[in-house]
Design a protein around this ligand. Sequence first.
Ligand code: ATP
Ligand code: MG
Length: 243
Amino acid sequence: MATHTEQLTRPAVRLHGLTRSFQGRTVLDGIDLELPAGQFTALLGHSGSGKSTLLRAVAGLDHGVEGEGRLSAPERGSVVFQDSRLLPWSRVLDNVLLGAEGKEAAERGRAALAEVGLAGRERAWPGELSGGEAQRAALARALVREPQLLLADEPFGALDALTRIRMHNLLRELWKRHRPSVLLVTHDVDEAIVLADRVLVLENGRIGLDLTIDRPHPRSYREPKLGEYRERLLAALGVTEDH
Ligand SMILES: Nc1ncnc2c1ncn2[C@@H]1O[C@H](COP(=O)(O)OP(=O)(O)OP(=O)(O)O)[C@@H](O)[C@H]1O
Ligand SMILES: [Mg+2]
């Protein structure tokens, strides 16, 4: 049996030589990557660089895709997307429970909704929720299973700036409480550096930069020390700031 220390240091996700191609075009080109258990990692990259392809591979949602390589990921994983993907004909609590039945499941669902600030909205229909509320319900649905791995593909991409900042705080709080390994795909450098402890940049099918963000939380966008990380990431993305 694994010791406690082994459990803490053992990588949650391991990719070795992961390759993915579409119609002969290589998108992921032999990626080697380990995500330690409980680490909060962000993945940046240009549009079309393969971020979602990588996330889908880790989630095991790409059966039948051309590719090779070895991959191991925890059995208990949850995925959150840019849109909440709530079923419109199911009430919010039923969406969160995803078919799980019984009193105990319902209690867990209610607790998860309370954690994301949606206590009292259990019987609402998804159509009655705002965009931010729907994403919070999606987070509750992801968390109710106590995932060891939380995969999120631009989960705040469709939200306004203010709601987005609230969601950042919420996600970080939830992570602190539940400690899943997180892989957050984003195209937003600021979102990555304010939330994650490690930021990867996907470039030409490989991890072009692997940066540890060694700053305490909570972080503010305006924190001067974060500026250095920001510049390095923007440079890796080929963006230069002219002021
Ligand atoms: N099922 C598919 N069939 C064919 N091509 C695909 C498929 N899925 C992805 N691709 C191609 O692979 C490349 C990477 O796509 P992917 O969606 O992973 O990019 P991304 O980094 O997530 O981009 P964005 O930031 O725009 O979401 C793109 O050129 C895309 O057209
Ligand atoms: Mg994408």
